[in-house]
Write a protein that binds this ligand. Structure first.
Ligand code: BGC
Length: 453
């Protein structure tokens, strides 16, 4: 190897080692995070100000006997999903029809930007619903709204504040169900009756608990990150209630300079600190910052740096889906990653070590995300059952968990590391589309309690 290349490789190795050090969450750190998370949960339950809002959902887990046909609207990530769902009892759920539409189409519309209003956004949701039902149909609707909301009843939620860089105007502080109901009226959908509004974590837990009596934690590892659980002794309710922790806002965490940099340039600095380390909305940008640092230090892409066009110099030029592509690139020459670089950075012939460096960095970030999420789950388990005497199921939905190579296995390994000989009591399972199905279950519970009145 020529001397210059050798020197560069040494620089790259040292750079990667430094990244490894700052992005590694050790075993003792996970235990510390679990403990602090548990204490923050207690503080939130007691109504003290702190990072965890601990929002009651007005719902417990389903009996499994809920039946009927319901509409579900699942809103809060990249796409809005509207489904017609039949609940058949004991965990049997059939999705009769489903449509999924992006909330933004570059050059055409963007309902997540500050240029759009809540009225327009909900008008768009109502149009999607109109695409799925026949005129005049009467169907109760469950609505998954995946943002922090203050729940005033099972069917009344007020948006506390946007997360995940959503900026839609005139929506914060508004009654979400009212916005939806008005939009349905404007669309002429008089028979579509919103009866329940829930968080997506709550939907995920409801869907899992419909067929699994041990399910008591629901979590999303997707565009955003959050967890809910079945609180056995809620302070102001009789009997167990599902609490939306809003865990993405947890902030007692070891941050590095890249985390701080990302936070400073986010829509809401200082908020959603855990989410900014764990979720798909931010992981790509975090990786871009780490890669950019190596480029600026002269250890990566030097041969190409003069003519790179987009990545890593352009903000948000790397998404979690691209990280998945790199992580899943099993080809000898990492040809998928090379093709991506050619398309997104205009880079023609990166060195093999440079391609594998990208894979290494993607893996460091997803591993850290999985270990942080696992530590918070351990905090929740401590509240539920400190000695893990009973079996528990953690249901997880979201693109990161479902699609990012390595994320789910690192999550499991981290839980095993934290819970040790009791780890077998805890099952982690995917709840694909759980958040939408959960909305149908919530609607069934609400419709049944309406009938009893
Ligand atoms: C929101 C949560 C939501 C999570 C996953 C976060 O940004 O605050 O309410 O559950 O994203 O969608």
């Amino acid at each position: 190897m020529k001397e210059r290349e050798l020197k560069k490789n040494n620089g790259l190795d040292a750079g990667l080692r430094a990244l490894h050090d700052i992005f590694t969450v050790t075993g003792p750190q996970m235990l510390d995070i679990a403990e602090k998370f548990y204490e923050a949960m207690l503080a939130g339950l007691a109504g003290q100000k702190g990072p965890l809002k601990m929002l009651p959902s007005f719902l417990s887990v389903p009996t499994g006997k809920e039946c009927g046909v319901f509409l579900s609207v699942d809103f809060g990530g990249t796409n809005v999903r509207v489904s017609l769902i039949e609940l058949r009892g004991n965990g049997r759920i059939t999705v009769i029809k489903k449509i999924s539409t992006p909330l933004k189409e570059p050059g055409r519309y963007d309902y997540t930007s500050s240029a759009a209003t809540g009225r327009e956004l909900f008008g768009f949701l109502a149009e999607q619903i109109a695409g799925l039902v026949r005129p005049g149909e009467n169907i109760p609707l469950g609505h998954t709204f995946s943002f922090p909301t203050e729940m005033r009843s099972l069917n009344q939620a007020v948006l506390i504040g946007w997360t995940k860089e959503f900026k839609t105007g005139m929506t914060e502080g508004r009654d979400i169900t009212l916005l939806l109901r008005e939009a349905l009226q404007r669309q002429g959908l008089h028979g579509i009756r919103p009866v329940a509004v829930i968080n997506d974590t709550v939907g995920t837990l409801l869907a899992a608990a419909y067929g699994d009596p041990h399910a008591d934690i629901g979590s999303i590892c997707g565009t955003g990150h959050n967890t809910c659980y079945l609180e056995p002794r809620p302070p102001h309710h009789n009997g167990p209630v599902i609490i939306n922790i809003e865990s993405g806002n947890f902030d007692m965490l070891p941050l590095n300079d890249f985390d701080r940099q990302l936070d400073r340039h986010s829509e809401k600095p200082g908020e959603q600190v855990l989410e900014k380390m764990v979720s798909g909305r931010y992981l790509g940008e975090l990786m871009r910052l780490a890669v950019l640092d190596l480029v600026q230090k002269g250890c990566l892409f030097q041969k190409n740096s003069g003519n790179i066009t987009g990545f890593p110099f352009k903000n948000n030029s790397l998404g979690a889906e691209h990280m998945s592509l790199m992580l899943g690139d099993g080809s000898d020459g990492l040809t998928g990653t090379a093709a991506w670089l050619k398309e997104h950075a205009g880079m023609r012939d990166p060195l093999p070590v440079e391609l594998s460096a990208l894979k290494t960095i993607a893996s460091l970030l997803t591993t850290r995300a999985a270990r942080l999420a696992a530590a918070t789950y351990a905090g929740v388990l401590r509240r539920l059952d400190p000695f893990l005497k009973l079996p528990h199921t953690i249901a997880v939905d979201g693109s990161l968990y479902e699609k990012t190579p390595g994320f789910a296995s690192h999550l499991r390994l981290a839980l095993d590391e934290i819970l040790r000989e009791r780890a077998g009591q805890v099952t982690v399972k995917p709840a694909k589309d759980g958040s939408g199905m959960g909305a149908a279950i919530a609607a069934a519970i609400a419709a049944a309690s309406e009938e009893m009145l």
